[in-house]
Design a protein around this ligand. Sequence first.
Ligand code: PEP
Ligand code: MG
Length: 842
Amino acid sequence: MPTRNLNLMDYSEITSSAPIALHSHGWRAKCLQRLVRLELPVPKTVALSFAAVRAIAAGSIPDLGTMVGRFDAGQLLSVRPSAENPDWGGPGAILNIGMNDARHAEIAALHGEAVATALYLGFVQSYAQHVARLDPDMFSEVEPSAAALRAALRDYESEMEDPFPQDPKRQLAEVLRSMARAWEGTSARLLRQARGAPAEAGLGLVVQAMAAGYGSETSGTGVIQFIDATTGTPQITGRYAARGQGRDEVSDNPRAIYLTRDKRGPSLEEQHPEAFAQLIRHGAICRERLREEMQIEFTVVDGALWVLDALKVQHSSRSAIRTAVSLANDGVITRKEALLRVSPLTLAELLHRQVDPRGKRDVLVRGIAASPGAATGRLVFTSQAAQASASRGESCILARRETSPEDIRGMHAASGVLTERGGMTSHAAVIGRGLGLPCIVGATGVRIDLKAKQMHTGRVLLSEGDLVTIDGTTGELLKGTVDLLDAAQDESFTTLLEWADNLRDIDVRANADTPTDARIARGFNAGGIGLCRTEHMFFEDDRLTVMREMIFADTAQDRAAALARLLPMQRSDFIELFSIMQGLPVCIRLFDPPLHEFLPHTREGMGKLADALDLPLSEVTRRSEDLAEFNPMLGLRGVRLGVTVPEIYEMQARAIFEATIETADRGEKVVPEIMIPLVSAKREVELVKARIDAIAASVRVEKGTEFEYRLGVMVETPRAALRAAEIAQHSDFMSFGTNDLTQMTYGLSRDDAGKFMSYYVQAGVYPEDPFHVLDTDGVGELLLIAAERGRSVRKDLTLSICGEHGGSPESIAFCRNAGFDYVSCSAYRVPVARLAAAQLTI
Ligand code: PEP
Ligand code: MG
């Protein structure tokens, strides 16, 4: 093996002027240099570069004479990892390198036999396990004693057929080599790549003189930070252990004491007031100059303070926001930096209750994490049972094979929903996100037996009434109850989003169908409603029957009579929406789903309907069968219904216009936006537009009042995107329904793809689930084509996206680049979208 001196390019003593860079020496070395520059009392430290560590891993045997010469003779050393990013991990620290028989004797003479033996034994144990890679069981923790030390040295010798190395340089060389090689190992590599590290990520090592915290009762070690890492509230937290060494010893040590004065016991503040005061000053300096909340590891040696290391505090999302806002308010960072420091998706964690990550979790089954948040409740399998639970004031989790519009009331009543089938844009997922309800879909590992009221999860058989917890953030169904963290939108959350609003240049609206959704959207400062799916308004009990009468009407007269009963209900829905949105734009989508969805699907339901309609059951069943389609998502729905059964759209248009007038009479001007779904041909738009314009004209005459409205289309079929130029001639706006557009571009069912999507993604066929992350290559190209063609005939054409992708930061970036006016997403995603949009401008 080649022996070579590490040259000065490979390692540097950390001084304020040494060349230490993040990309060559890693974050820890860089951070220590900052502490040195801030004149904090850091023990002598040498940093090995990535190049040096690579050479060591490749077999160079470092001759460490010159490096060790920089430390005092007999100085014990520590080695710690220093990757470019602390999240990429690295081998554990090794302390007290240099311990040998001679040092043992010296320390015993100075501080007593017990201290020296504990140090030496600890070092032999960690060296045997982490450097010589001997069986950890042989060298596991034992009570330190002279006999235990002798046994450890003997075991080492017999395993290695060589006595425990006494030469500190050799010890150090072996430690460096084992840490360098550990970094190259496959599991370490996979682990860091999973955390985002590039394949070639380097490791630096930091060699530091140990401050002798073990010596006397007036020495010890501790860790301090100045905020609570869960809430971000200013608060000194940490512990100090006399005669201790190393971070682990503080956290695990029952003798560790408080830092600040505390009624419950002694504190560092009382025992070492000078060192404590210094720590507080250092903390403030670090916060201001390193522009971060830092956690400081320190040692006190006979009353004098040493700072060994500092790490950025590991924040919860809540703490990250509070800290960013507080640093900006104190002028330490700019508002723009504060905005960049918070990841938009973590905001969603503050909007819902979450499973406490510190608690235990017994995972029963995994599915697609369709709507974030967590809820515990008793398992139910039907919407009726969910409603019954809610009426008893009991929390329940609704499990279904899949949900349909009929389940809306059950979903409202449940605290969480799980479906066996479905993907990110299936009914349960879309409604769950709209309601802010934790939801898992595509849980293919469960089998629901409706008759037996049971659910098999492979491992466990669950019955109705069993307690379970839904974690919609991770997509896991958990057994029983677990600790939950409450939602936490504090003042910092609001402040950060206000700053975001001042910067962003793309509007954010909400998809909201009901007054409750609209109120939530307003609460999150949505700039309007970008999609109101009106069909959701017809599932209320009293309306459903009228709706079914309308569907079953034999004659135009009967249909008109049923629609006349629906009209005032729709009108009052819109009046309420307009009043909640206070003049902000409201985009109402005309009826979209196949009519068959409104019919009962069970024999019992059919029987009730036959009673209500006063028809024989056979007739109801026959008519229902007539309406069934092989492929309803590609069948008689959307604008196709508008063209073939125009009375429904006419009723809706009238309700919108009358609501507009009534709202204006109450003093609020509204310009409603009416949106036609599932368009694929120009002629469809012409036909529907002609009828809506005619209704507008009659309402104006009947009421003797003027009003304005805007008419536009949803682009949900590839053909609509390709023919955007001619369709735009009749449209004030185009909103991309990327759920259907993705479904139709791929020819992939949005309700069934969940079954094999994870396989496809794992096999690398698709980089991501395209219902979850917008396919910018394919679907995105259609968006760009449509935007360009549409605007070529109509410069002021309003462009937006309202599919489920609308709330994701990547799609917002795409839409902003394409010159869209706004994105629309479920109300709970609005804060995420506001922040993501602001970050794009920085
Ligand atoms: C869409 O298709 O993207 C859309 C918003 O409509 P829905 O999800 O109601 O089909
Ligand atoms: Mg659609």
